[in-house]
Design a protein around this ligand. Structure first.
Ligand code: PLP
Length: 470
């Protein structure tokens, strides 16, 4: 490997440092590559509970649960022990060709018991993206098994996020994940994002907005042809699109249209699942009746990678019917049902239950929503929204009527950096600052989070005022 002289890197990090090597060797996911080559990385070194320390010893309150995933917080010794024991007992065992292992079977049993719908079978993967790719393939396989080869398209939503693989990245409705990647692929169509604040028309009520986008979904279905559409996919609350809570009544109306045309509902619970919204699943909080469900992230609190697709018996039946004709169900990953990941996930779910963490998320989540609502009057804040322990604070140039900041001004990015300076990890998504702390966060820590956010937000106001654009 040819060494790149560190002097060619535009940074002040000492040669040989983790930062310099990062810039030399890493292609970072979801990162502005040019900016990164100038600024370099932040090196996270250790973490405990809801706190992280960087390699300079600076402490941060974790306001984003990593990437919406570290529900149980960091450094849980019991999960580390479960992983070590399972590695010693049986570090790997496959699920192909009818083989199995106890941890993944017990985890499947647990997931079926927890599911907020008639789930009967579980398919394991490693990431939210592969779970949603599996969902697409299951819908195709199902309709082929039923002799409806034309019923294959999937409807997704603008600003939805379902992953980055070719299939799941196509479901994602955010330009950054399509641009120059030749996505979305054929067979995926996008419908309206259910965000009244940014999508409502002048003079339109929220109820009228819902009726308009429900009608627009039906128009899309009729234009494409209902006989060509297999499924609709949705996150109960949209996460990476900017923490968007659809209006009350939206899902029942959407589902009435989908049912009319025999379109199945894929519930992407990768963020909302396991207590995030104050109940076990976002489907319960948002009044959704799923056909199938994807889970990942909090399933193992990100101690190890694991995802799952839950499906109903009628789909499994259809798959089994074609076994004679097709032979094997030709889908699966080397690490499907990895026993170490499954053992850790199972213990993670048990700990959540023992600590009544979903109810805790509802309680401290209410405190978090109240504290964040207090920022609604701040000159930079257009909307505060959320549910349970997930929230978004949208920054605007003008409140009434709403005028967004030009994205190039990077106001939300500045705000996230100012929060980081104040010792708080949050994430800017477009103009929105996202909050998604570990479910174990205490009420006192929620107040600490809000106070640190206030410091970051006021710093941002001073910066914006100084630059004369507010
Ligand atoms: N679905 C949702 C709702 C997500 O938020 C994410 C990731 O943030 C994914 C799917 C993709 O998961 P992964 O990054 O594990 O592939």
């Amino acid at each position: 490997v040819k060494e790149v002289p560190v002097s060619t890197l535009h940074n002040e990090f000492p040669p040989g440092s983790v930062e310099a090597k990062d810039m030399q060797y890493m292609l970072h996911p979801t990162t502005n590559l040019k900016l990164h080559a100038q600024k370099g990385p932040l090196v996270n070194e250790r973490a405990e509970g809801v706190y992280i320390w960087d390699n300079q010893g600076k402490q941060y309150l974790e306001g984003m649960a990593g990437l919406w995933c570290t529900a149980l917080g960091y450094g849980n010794e019991e999960l580390a022990d479960v992983a070590a024991q399972q590695m010693k007992k049986m570090s790997y065992s496959q699920l192909f060709a009818g083989k199995t292992n106890e941890p993944s079977v017990l985890l499947a049993e647990k997931l079926v018991a927890m599911a907020p719908f008639d789930a009967s079978k579980v398919f394991f993967g490693l990431s939210g993206s592969d779970a949603n790719d599996t969902q697409i393939k299951l819908m195709w396989y199902y309709n082929n098994a039923l002799g409806r080869p034309e019923k294959k398209k999937i409807i997704s939503r603008t600003r939805g996020y379902h992953g980055v693989t070719i299939g799941s990245g196509s479901l994602t409705g955010l330009p950054a994940f399509h641009n120059a990647f030749d996505l979305p692929m054929a067979g995926v169509v996008h419908t309206d994002c259910p965000h009244f604040y940014s999508g409502g028309l002048a003079g339109e009520s929220q109820a009228q907005f819902v009726d308009r986008i429900v009608n627009s979904l039906e128009d899309l279905i009729l234009t494409e042809g209902p006989e060509t559409i297999a499924a609709f996919v949705a996150e109960p609350i949209l996460g990476a699109g900017g923490v968007i809570v659809p209006p009350a009544g939206y899902y029942p109306k959407i589902q009435a249209v989908l049912d009319k045309y025999e379109i199945l509902f894929i519930d992407d619970e990768v963020i909302c699942g396991f207590g995030r919204t104050g109940q076990a699943f976002g489907a319960q909080t948002m009044d959704i009746k799923p056909t199938t469900m994807s889970v990942a992230k909090a399933l193992s609190s990100a101690y190890l990678p694991i995802s799952a697709v839950l499906l109903p018996e009628f789909m499994f039946d259809a798959f089994a019917q074609v076994s004679d004709e097709l032979g094997v169900f030709g889908h699966g990953f080397t690490y499907s049902g990895h026993p170490v990941c499954a053992a850790v996930a199972l213990r993670n779910l048990e700990i959540m239950e023992e600590r009544a963490l979903f109810a805790h998320a509802a309680d401290v989540g209410a405190v978090m929503q109240t504290r964040l609502q207090e920022f609604a009057d701040h000159p930079l804040v257009g909307e505060v929204r959320g549910e349970g322990l997930i929230a978004g604070v949208e920054l605007v140039k003008e409140k009434q009527p709403r005028v967004p900041f030009p994205l190039s001004q990077g106001v939300a990015a500045y705000c996230a950096a100012a929060c980081q300076e104040a010792g708080l990890v949050v994430r800017n998504i477009g103009d929105t600052i996202a909050f998604c702390p570990p479910l174990i966060i205490t009420e006192a820590q929620v107040h600490e989070m809000a106070d640190k956010f206030a410091a970051g937000l006021n710093d941002t106001l001073a910066w914006v005022s100084k630059s004369g654009s507010h």
